[in-house]
Ligand binder design. Structure first.
Ligand SMILES: [Zn+2]
Ligand SMILES: [Zn+2]
Length: 128
C-alpha cells in the first residue's frame, strides 16, 4: 500500500506532486493533505526517523543505514514496480528520478526557467 513514506521517498527524489499522485494512484488532494499534515524532514531517515548527517556537496541520503533501506524497500514493493528511470537534468546535470514515460527534462522548475533564459549553469549552487 502506498503510504506517507512512499510519497516522501518520491518527493525526496525530486518528483513533482502531480507525478507522485499518478505513480501511487492517489488523488492529488491526498498528496496535498499529507504534505501539509505530515511535513517531511529530509534530515531524518525515511524509515526509522533517525537523524542523517548529510555530506555537503553529495547527494542527500534518504536512509540512515543499509538496514533501514532494505527493510523499507521490503515494505514498499509497489515502488519497485514503478517504471522509474534516472534522468540527467538538461540544465544543471544533476540526476533526478522520473517515470519512464515522462517527458520531463529538468530536475526542477528553477532549472526549467533558467534554461529558458539561457543562463550559464551556476557552479556556486546558490539557491535563490
Ligand atoms: Zn533509519
Ligand atoms: Zn537541474
Amino acid at each position: 500500500m502506498a503510504d506517507i513514506s512512499s510519497m516522501n521517498y518520491l518527493l525526496r527524489r525530486g518528483l513533482a506532486r502531480k507525478e507522485i499522485s499518478k505513480l501511487l494512484d492517489l488523488p492529488s488532494a491526498t498528496i496535498k493533505t499529507w504534505c501539509f499534515r505530515f511535513p517531511d524532514n529530509e534530515n531524518t531517515c525515511i524509515h526509522c526517523g533517525a537523524e542523517i548527517a548529510h555530506t555537503p556537496g553529495k547527494k542527500k541520503r534518504i536512509f540512515c543505514s543499509d538496514k533501514c533501506r532494505i527493510i523499507w524497500w521490503r515494505k514498499h514493493p509497489e515502488l519497485m514496480q514503478l517504471k522509474m528511470v534516472e534522468k540527467e537534468c538538461a540544465h544543471c546535470k544533476e540526476t533526478f528520478l522520473s517515470y519512464a514515460s515522462s517527458k520531463r527534462k529538468f530536475c526542477s522548475r528553477t532549472c526549467y526557467h533558467k534554461s529558458k533564459h539561457k543562463e550559464a549553469p551556476n557552479d556556486g549552487k546558490k539557491e535563490s
